[in-house]
Write a protein that binds this ligand. Structure first.
Ligand SMILES: [Zn+2]
Length: 251
């Protein structure tokens, strides 16, 4: 049940018929894994903590650097040099003492990633590189856990939801697994803070919808954000029946 403090804290979203007390209880009973506490993970963790998601599992092996602070708004100047997980825990615990925070401070290998994914209801990929994205996707397909995936580089953002519980849903590899242009990172290509904030906020929103059970999730659709022209576009994306990760040979 929800205590009086929780009823007050979450009152503005409980007011929504789509969430109500039942949805709030579902959020309280939910466990999510956030992979990466950078520009995307920052708003994701802040909003999910504030919304009362019961357990946030936070994974990042990096430490806070001065160059992060332009966009990674969960960290502050006093946290430079501190592990990103500890820096995030400090901020999240201050926002919402009602939730549980679980730390993964070391890099996750295949086994520890599988265990981390198995221990949650939903995963948010907020990482910044292709190999992590592929590994997180494979672990989610194997465990049958929904994955909210976001990315932002320069002035472009992308967002989609992959849900192996739905037979029609593609996985990350169906979309991106066929080799693409050379991998870019924000440290090389640059990025603006509000764009990663926007993509991360949309990831948090998709997670709340999936966990509380309302709305239409971004499954089978890829949202493309063009910050330069202030345009949102949507592409239909299909499951690849020959996909080496979610295809029938590997199911
Ligand atoms: Zn696939």
């Amino acid at each position: 049940m929800l205590n009086d403090q929780e009823l007050l804290r979450y009152s503005r979203q409980i007011l929504l018929a789509h969430i109500d007390i039942e949805g709030q209880l579902r959020l309280k009973d939910s466990r999510v894994l956030i992979v990466g506490l950078g520009g995307l993970g920052a708003p994701v963790a802040l909003y999910l903590a504030a919304a009362g998601v019961g357990e946030l599992h936070l994974a990042d092996f990096d430490t806070v650097d001065l160059t992060n602070l332009q966009r990674q708004i969960i960290h502050d100047t006093d946290s430079v040099g501190m592990s990103k997980v500890d820096s995030a825990i400090k901020r999240l615990a201050a926002i919402n003492p009602e939730i549980q925070l679980v730390a993964h401070r070391t890099a996750l290998d295949e086994d520890s990633l599988a265990a981390a994914v198995a221990g949650v209801d939903l995963v948010l990929d907020c990482s910044d590189n292709f190999s992590t994205r592929e590994a997180v996707n494979a672990a989610c397909v194997l465990a049958g856990k929904p994955l909210v995936s976001g990315a932002a580089i320069r002035l472009e953002g992308q967002l989609s939801v992959f849900d192996p519980r739905r037979p029609e849903s593609p996985c990350y590899h169906c979309l991106y697994g066929h080799g693409s242009e050379a991998e870019l990172t924000c440290s090389e290509a640059g990025v603006v803070g509000p764009l990663v904030g926007l993509v991360g906020s949309l990831q948090a929103l998709e997670a709340l919808k999936l966990l509380a059970g309302f709305g239409e999730p971004l499954v089978g659709r890829l949202l493309l954000i063009d910050a330069l022209g202030s345009r949102f576009r949507e592409l239909r994306v299909k499951r690849d029946p020959g996909c080496s990760v979610c295809g029938p040979k590997h199911a």
